[in-house]
Ligand binder design. Sequence first.
Ligand SMILES: *[C@@H]1O[C@H](CO)[C@@H](O)[C@H](O)[C@H]1NC(C)=O
Ligand SMILES: [Ca+2]
Length: 231
Amino acid sequence: MEIFHPFLLILAVLLGSLAQEDLERQVFIFPESSDTSHVVLKATSQQPLTSFTICLRSYTDMTRAHTLFSYATKTSDNEIVVFKSKTNEYSLYVGTADVIFFFPEKLVSEPSWEQICMSWESDTGLVEFWLDGQPFPRNGMMKGHVISPEASIVLGQDQDSFGGGFDINQSFVGELTDVYMWDRVLSGDEMCLVWDNHVPSNPIINWRSLNYVMRGYTVLKPFLFSNCRAE
Ligand SMILES: *[C@@H]1O[C@H](CO)[C@@H](O)[C@H](O)[C@H]1NC(C)=O
Ligand SMILES: [Ca+2]
């Protein structure tokens, strides 16, 4: 028999919504493909969004399409999606549209971390994509659109319904860190600061004070630094 004491229930809800943790130098690891493993985030803003910037770092050796960040609302499961469609292709979905950014295949012999920032603004519809501190030619979409703040925000899976509807073939396998969101378009200088590990003011999702819940097979671990020295 389960007993729900009203006071305890309220306390749990309050604690749950206030639990925030500084995850500096930590990573979320998604060890295998699944249609269950994900991390749920809560944003601090309750205002409709007319612009945003999302930044994160990912580390993976997978070549299939995968979802990094999924922001679903009650009316649109793809309200915001940061998707890596191919090794050399990132996409951003907003509302009912999407843009794709292509970059030349990198000639690297080992996997490397990729730091990205994507922004969108309603006034012009312009989308910015920054990869490792470099801006790409701007695209545009969904001019005049407004994004509801009532959202289910998920890392590592694409939502096809509010909080669920995951597809194993769009899941992320690898490591994620330094996840941030702002309710504005960062300036060019600020985009560089994020790449250099600084945090421009007032993020609504803040890796250094993160409100999150891990679900399924996900692991929080320290960032791995290589101290190996070639002789
Ligand atoms: C995932 O991809 C595999 C291989 O392409 C396919 O056989 C399978 O049906 C897909 N699963 C889903 C849920 O789409
Ligand atoms: Ca979807």
